[in-house]
Design a protein around this ligand. Structure first.
Ligand code: GDP
Ligand code: MG
Length: 303
């Protein structure tokens, strides 16, 4: 299935909702009036696009109508598409042959950090990069085992300590091992279940210090993993993590089914961060570079 079709299937519910609302609101009328724009704004908010992005998009539409007098459905949809596009940035992750790149995976428990690490390992291996994973989620033995299972499945070395170990010590060992073996991608899977924001900040800061000291030349991406099915909660989580640590890109997971897909727009707008990857299933191959154009075309009605 093409990425567009996958997005379309994943976003079918959201798209269906937006389309039916739009058809209801604009029924019979060839153009949008003020009340209809209010309703369109509500529809976007209900589709989880976030209050800020939704309000701004409608403001752009109103301005367009004021400036041009064109309130046709076609024009409204075009301005809406452009306005959302502007708030949705994407980022392509690349690797360098012969050089170490580190991806630090952060996010709340259950969002898909471990699975995404495995998917990224699989992808990089397919492109014949040397890859390694570090089990820096040491809170639960099961978390370490889960990464090991993925390591075996994707034939990727996993550096792990026992449960309860210092995550920064795991990272220290992993970087040593990565350097010794000429690893080109080191994926660090971290814990999401930290009781306070301060704990989280301290732990991530400590990991960062180790990276800075042990691999100052490495390119580091801090990828915040967001579960699209959690709706408004995703926005709150994203804000908290963005404040706690300097995130460089977003991964939106679970866009494959029943997703509250609009949340991708809300999170991108609220954090100002680009979306790098889309998680589209539970398998090792269910990962795609995020494509904002395809995403928006799949989310919004045809016209
Ligand atoms: N449908 C779907 N499920 C996913 C996706 N990514 C992760 N999952 C599932 O979400 C659950 C939690 O994932 P996990 O990687 O353990 O999350 P972590 O706690 O952040 O490490 C698992 O059951 C995964 O199979 C995705 O893109 N789509
Ligand atoms: Mg995990």
């Amino acid at each position: 299935m093409s990425l567009f079709d996958t997005f379309k299937r994943g976003l079918a519910k959201t798209r269906g909702f937006v389309t039916s609302q739009l058809n209801r609101v604009a029924a019979g009328l060839g153009h949008f009036d003020d009340d209809m724009l209010d309703e369109l704004e509500m529809t976007l908010i209900q589709a989880d696009c976030g209050v800020t992005a939704s309000t701004e998009a409608i403001e752009s539409i109103r301005k367009h109508i004021r400036d041009t007098g064109d309130a046709s459905r076609e024009a409204v949809m075009k301005v809406l598409y452009d306005a959302l596009m502007e708030r949705l940035t994407e980022k392509k992750l690349t690797l360098d042959r012969g050089q170490l790149t580190i991806y630090l995976m952060v996010g709340v428990n259950g969002t898909g950090k471990t699975t995404t690490s495995a998917k990224l390992a699989q992808r990089a291996k397919r492109e014949s990069y040397r890859v390694m994973m570090a089990a820096a989620d040491t809170f639960r033995a099961a978390a370490i085992d889960q990464l090991k299972v993925w390591g075996a499945r994707t034939e990727t070395t996993v550096i792990a300590h026992d449960m309860g170990a210092d995550p920064a010590a795991v990272v220290f060992d992993a970087i040593r091992a990565a350097r010794a073996r000429g690893t080109e991608l080191l994926l660090i899977d971290t814990a999401g279940r930290l009781h306070t924001k301060k704990n989280l900040m301290d732990e991530l800061a400590k990991i960062r210090r180790v990276i800075q000291r042990e691999a100052p030349e490495a390119r580091v991406e801090t990828l915040l993993v967001i579960d699209a099915t959690t709706g408004q909660n995703a926005i709150i989580q994203a804000r908290a993590f963005h404040e706690a640590t300097s995130v460089t890109g977003l991964v939106i997971t679970k866009l494959d089914g029943n997703a509250k897909g609009g949340v991708a727009i809300a999170v991108a707008r609220e954090t100002g961060l680009p979306i790098a990857l889309a998680g589209l299933g539970e398998g090792a191959d269910d990962l795609q570079d995020f494509d904002r154009e395809l995403f928006l075309r799949a989310l919004l009605p045809e016209s």
